[in-house]
Design a protein around this ligand. Structure first.
Ligand code: GLU
Length: 322
């Protein structure tokens, strides 16, 4: 494994061959790290993933790509759909209304925790944890069909091939009692309006979208391009909303590992228990990783390892000033 050291000189983004080499090293590190993680099993269908699989896709505004390893395998987007749901809420419902139903504070708790919701504050802490995402979904469910949300997901991920993974959806719906419990708790507090079963069903469907490392790079690229598809010029979401989304990703995107990731990698990112991570980078560039071997916090161990190397060597951390 090639560890980043602080003696190593940084590689400028203007040197494409050297940048490719850094990505290759990051990929090798990530692939090697997969043996220290395990695929999620609390949704039975996810346990079938190949824990040794690893892929890394970087996509730049000028169309240049770096494509390493397993970047075409389709896997379920899981929590990364929370970014898409938040984007829809901000675009169509607005900042003020959305954030009157959910806060914007990291929790330091696990993604599916109920603790703070019951003991500290009735509104969920942020839209990147299950409670917050289910609350955001309660705002979308009366307004949007699954097909409309799917269409938006395809556009913002630059991937028309995204479909519902029926077997993951069924597996998730059959075992999703904790998420239903969160929805009913929100309903009992009168924080959530609507039918908790319909809302969680739509939430499960959005978690079960089949993406690839490439689709996640597409999502990262649109966020890096302030909400515009760089290839068509189509405006998908306003830059101010993208700033909000990236801020919430930075502070809350990697569950209760968000602080450590913020220090070590320093990029707006979101992980999912299907093994994906999306990252938006200056350049502008989007990075998507796929590695279903997860660490103890539920984040892709290969993805984090690769991103740490790449961010360090290319000085991509948002608080690097060069
Ligand atoms: N569908 C998963 C759940 O709600 C998403 C979890 C995740 O990716 O963090 O439990």
């Amino acid at each position: 494994m090639i560890y980043p050291t602080y003696e190593q000189k940084h590689v400028p983004l203007t040197d494409p061959a050297a940048v490719r080499e850094v990505f290759r090293e990051g990929y090798e590190n990530g692939r090697a790290a997969c043996e220290y993680g395990t695929a999620a099993s609390y949704i039975p269908e996810l346990a079938k993933a190949d824990a040794a699989a690893f892929g890394l896709y970087a996509w730049k505004k000028d169309g240049e790509v770096i494509d390493l390893g397993d970047t075409t395998t389709r896997f379920s987007i899981q929590s990364i759909s929370k970014v898409i749901n938040l984007a829809v809420a901000l675009k169509f419902i607005g900042f003020r209304e959305t954030f009157s139903h959910v806060l914007m504070e990291p929790t330091g708790d696990a993604f599916n925790s109920i603790l703070k919701l019951d003991l500290v504050e009735n509104r969920p802490f942020n839209p990147m944890i299950n409670a917050g995402a289910i609350q955001v979904m309660s705002l979308l469910e009366p307004e949007f069909s699954f097909e409309e949300l799917l269409e938006f997901a395809r556009a913002i991920c630059l991937d028309d091939g995204i479909e519902l993974n029926e077997s993951v959806y069924r597996s998730e719906a059959e075992t999703g009692d904790r998420n239903r419990a969160i929805a009913w708790l929100l309903k009992s507090k009168e924080v959530m309006k609507g039918d908790p079963d319909r809302i969680t069903d739509l939430y499960f469907k959005m978690c079960s979208l089949n993406v690839s490392a490439k689709s996640l790079a597409g999502l990262g690229l649109v966020l890096a391009c302030e909400g515009t598809n760089p290839f068509t010029g189509k405006h998908l979401i306003a830059p101010g909303y993208v700033r909000t989304i990236k801020s919430v990703m930075f502070t809350c995107g990697l569950y209760d590992e968000s602080g450590e990731f913020g220090v070590k990698v320093g990029l707006p990112a979101k992980s999912g228990v299907g093994g994906g991570i999306v990252c938006a980078v200056k350049g502008p560039m989007g990075i998507g990783t796929y590695g279903p071997a997860l660490d103890a916090k539920g984040n892709s161990i290969g993805g984090i390892t690769a991103l740490e190397h790449i961010a360090h060597r290319l000085r991509l951390h948002v608080f690097d000033y060069t």
